[in-house]
Design a protein around this ligand. Structure first.
Ligand code: AMP
Ligand code: ZN
Length: 109
């Protein structure tokens, strides 16, 4: 498996984890665009948002927003941007679905 986010899931590549449970991991983006830039991923390898075709994967994607709310509370963020790039022609570079949670405020030092 060449997917770098799968390698983060199984511990082959290190990441600065901010959250983990049975189904999800969230970690700091290696190249942050904002003071807080966290990637929330399902542990299951789902390639992209727009091509999802089954309820299990849809539910995992919906659940990423629950993790975002949890991290927002954890870090006491006063605002954020949430973004999913889907498809190489729409800015996606890593083909393991991820929700960008970005904030210009870093409250939790
Ligand atoms: P996207 O363009 O939506 O596919 O976003 C991919 C994101 O993954 C970019 O913001 C990268 O900085 C980030 N990224 C790539 N490799 C790693 C890594 N090993 N650890 C953390 N973030 C990464
Ligand atoms: Zn993967």
């Amino acid at each position: 498996m060449e997917c770098i986010f799968c390698k983060i899931v199984n511990g082959e590549i290190p990441a600065e984890k901010v959250y983990e449970d049975d189904s999800y991991i969230a970690f700091n983006d290696i190249n942050p665009k904002t003071p807080v830039h966290i990637l929330i991923i399902p542990k299951k390898h789902i390639k992209m948002f727009h091509s999802v075709d089954n309820e299990e994967d849809k539910n995992l994607i919906k659940g990423m927003y629950d993790i975002a709310w949890h991290i927002i509370q954890l870090k006491n963020l006063k605002g954020c941007n949430l973004l999913i790039n889907s498809g190489s022609d729409h800015g996606q570079e890593v083909f393991h679905i991820h929700l960008h949670l970005m904030s210009k405020y870093e409250v939790d030092k």
